[in-house]
Design a protein around this ligand. Structure first.
Ligand code: SF4
Length: 273
C-alpha cells in the first residue's frame, strides 16, 4: 500500500495564513483544487431529516463528507463555482458554517447522562448554553471547549483549552489542554462546580486568557508561563464579574463573520473579516 504524499508548501502556507483571523470560515483550497465547508452540529445531535438534507448537499455539490474530531461534518471536494450554493444549502438545512480561525470553537460533548449508562451529569443543556453564549468570541489562538458526562472524558476533555467532566457533586474544571505537535494534558482548576456556575468559570478563563496571553499563544502556554496557581487566583477573582460584554462580543463576531467574504474561497490567505 502506497500512502506517500508530496508536501504542498504553498498550499500549507496559504491555509495557515487564513487560520490567523478570528471568525474565518473557509478552510481554503484543498489538495484536489476544490473547497470544503465545516458544518456545525451543536451537541453532535441531528434529526434524520437534517441528516438527509446534509446527504443531499454532499451528493449535489461535493465529493464526500468527513466527520471531524471536533464533531463537525466537513463537506469536502466542493468545486469553487458551487461553494456558495453548497453553503446556502447547509444554512437552509438549519446548520451553521463553522470557524477555522482564532476564536471560541464549537463545543464538543459526549452523550452524558441523557444516554450514557455512566453519565453523572447531563451534557447537552450545558454544552448548548456555553456554545450559544461564547462561540465566536475572538481569542489569541483557537479555543476549544469539551463537556463530558463523567470522568471517563470520552469528549477528550483534558485535551481541550477548557474542559469539564461530570461528577456526583457537579463538575470538575480543567484548563490548558491541547493536541497538536506537542500535546498537553489540561490541569484541574476547580471541582464541585454547579452547572449554573460553569459559564462564570468559562467567562473568567476567557477574560484572563485574553488579558495575559502573548501574541499567538495557546492557553496551555499562557497557563504554563503565568503558573497555574496565579492563573487560578486571577480566574477566581473574576467569577462575580458580569460577562454580558463577552456574550455580546461573541454574538457580534459571529454575525460579522457570516456576513463577510471570509466565509468564501478566497486565495492566498486574503480575508476581510
Ligand atoms: S464520558 Fe462518561 S458519560 Fe460521557 S460517554 Fe463517556 S462514559 Fe458516557
Amino acid at each position: 500500500m502506497d500512502t506517500s504524499a508530496v508536501p504542498d508548501r504553498e498550499l500549507r502556507k496559504a491555509t495557515v495564513a487564513r487560520k490567523k483571523h478570528p471568525g474565518y470560515r473557509c478552510p481554503g483550497k484543498q489538495r484536489d483544487g476544490n473547497y470544503a465547508l465545516s458544518v456545525g452540529i451543536p451537541t453532535a445531535c441531528f434529526s434524520g431529516e437534517q441528516l438527509r438534507q446534509l446527504a443531499d448537499v454532499v451528493d449535489k455539490y461535493a465529493k464526500v463528507g468527513h466527520l471531524s474530531t471536533a464533531q463537525s461534518l466537513i463537506i469536502v471536494g466542493i468545486p469553487e463555482d458551487l461553494y456558495y450554493k453548497a453553503r446556502q444549502a447547509v444554512l437552509d438545512a438549519g446548520f451553521d458554517v463553522r470557524s477555522i480561525g482564532r476564536d471560541v470553537r464549537q463545543v464538543k460533548c459526549c452523550p452524558g447522562a441523557d444516554f450514557s449508562p455512566f453519565g453523572l451529569q447531563r451534557t447537552f443543556p450545558l454544552a448548548t448554553a456555553l456554545e450559544e453564549a461564547f462561540r465566536g468570541l475572538p481569542t489569541p489562538l483557537k479555543f476549544k471547549i469539551s463537556v463530558s458526562g463523567c470522568p471517563n472524558c470520552c469528549a477528550n476533555t483534558k485535551l481541550n483549552d477548557f474542559g469539564i467532566h461530570g461528577t456526583v457533586d457537579g463538575w470538575k474544571v480543567f484548563v490548558g489542554g491541547k493536541m497538536g505537535t506537542v500535546p498537553v494534558i489540561a490541569e484541574e482548576l476547580a471541582s464541585g462546580v454547579s452547572s449554573d456556575d460553569i459559564p462564570k468559570y468559562l467567562a473568567a478563563v476567557l477574560r484572563v486568557y485574553r488579558k495575559e496571553a502573548q501574541p499567538d499563544e495557546r492557553l496551555a502556554k499562557t497557563v504554563s508561563r503565568v503558573g497555574l496557581s496565579t492563573f487560578t487566583e486571577d480566574v477566581v477573582s473574576q467569577l462575580d464579574t458580569s460577562f454580558d460584554d463577552l456574550v455580546q462580543t461573541a454574538k457580534e463576531a459571529r454575525e460579522k463573520a457570516m456576513a463577510s467574504q471570509c466565509i468564501g474561497p478566497l486565495e492566498n490567505g486574503k480575508e476581510d473579516c
